[in-house]
Design a protein around this ligand. Structure first.
Ligand code: NA7
Length: 299
């Protein structure tokens, strides 16, 4: 693929979208960007991206448009709202939705876009902001194999581990299921932490035991960092974790699948959000549990 001839658009320059778009630009694709809050586009424009006035404007002439927005409502709005992408996308363009959204919105978007001869891929990502900066995201792709093959050079600018999962809906479902594991593991880490803390076991000891034993994981090391270095910039907002758990629970209800542990973890996420912690990292669950247990986070 001669990258200079392949035009890419990017919509949604939040915590994840901005570094992903920067990597598309670095990979040599001519890029145009749009974000609802316009000033978030500044660093990308300074780095050489074109500024679009609207999402429709991003879509005009683009071969691929990557979207990385918050949720189903945001996807609906940037695709089909006034000044939305669907008004500007050309025939044969591929829309790549990297947001974590429901399989239902993927079916709806794919069907509506097909009627204007535009292709749709869902491509939600795992890992967080640092991996997005490094172009080392893990990506789950749903859609036709042919569209996947076409989009692969663009996807490779953002992700180092790309899995083709199957037809539309499957990648979104798998991503939501993975986030259930992330949410539950974070909650179990918090419970381990408060039990050990209440007993007066030093944090270093509890981490050493956890890391040397069979339970070591990148996720627990991430949780460790949030205890050791509190107050850092969020990598994944707690409000988005709650959004994913809610989507997974809706899906589980539709599929008649019991996910009892997830409904327990949801209670904690709801409580945290109502305590105005939605814009913190999801690891705020640990701090919340410490408060409930009457133990200090540090010391
Ligand atoms: P952020 O940092 O919360 O960014 C969300 C982005 O979505 C940001 O660009 C928002 O624009 C945009 N957004 C949200 N709602 C809308 C609507 N209604 N219309 C247009 N644009 C909107 O999230 P992350 O980057 O961490 O995560 C993105 C996705 O990946 C999400 O699904 C996660 O679960 C995983 P804003 O800047 O607020 O104007």
């Amino acid at each position: 693929m001669a990258k200079k001839r392949v035009k890419v658009g990017f919509v949604g320059l939040g915590l994840m979208g901005a570094p992903m778009a920067a990597n598309v630009l670095k990979a040599g694709f001519p890029l145009r960007v749009w974000n609802r809050t316009a000033d978030k586009a500044e660093p990308l424009v300074a780095a050489g991206a074109g500024r679009a006035a609207t999402a429709t404007d991003v879509a005009r002439g683009a071969d691929f448009v990557v979207v990385m927005v918050a949720d189903d409502t945001a996807i609906d709005s940037v695709l089909f709202g006034e000044n939305g992408l669907s008004r500007g996308l050309k025939r044969g363009a591929v829309l790549i939705n990297c947001s974590t959204t429901s399989p239902a919105i993927s079916y709806r978007a794919a069907t509506a876009l097909r009627s204007i001869s535009v292709r749709y891929l869902e491509a939600p990502v795992m890992r967080s902001v640092q991996a997005a900066r490094d172009g080392k995201l893990q990506m789950l792709v749903g859609g036709s194999r042919e569209d996947f093959a076409k989009a692969e050079p663009v996807l490779k600018a953002m992700a180092s581990d790309i899995h083709y999962i199957g037809e539309i809906g499957k990648a979104s479902t798998l991503k939501l299921a993975l986030n259930l594991v992330v949410a539950a593991m974070t909650q179990t880490f918090a419970e381990y932490f408060v039990m050990a803390r209440k007993t007066g076991i030093p944090f270093e000891t509890m981490m050493e035991v956890l890391k040397v034993g069979p339970l070591d994981s990148q996720l627990f090391r991430y949780a460790e960092q949030t205890v050791v270095n509190p107050g850092g910039r969020p990598s994944f907002y707690l409000k988005h974790m709650l959004k994913d758990v809610n989507l997974a629970m809706d899906l589980a209800r539709q599929m008649d699948v019991p996910i009892p542990l997830t409904s327990e973890v949801r209670q904690m996420l709801v409580a945290a959000k109502n305590l105005s912690r939605g814009d913190e990292d999801f690891a705020a669950l640990i701090d919340l549990m410490a408060g409930w247990a009457g133990v200090p986070m540090r010391g």
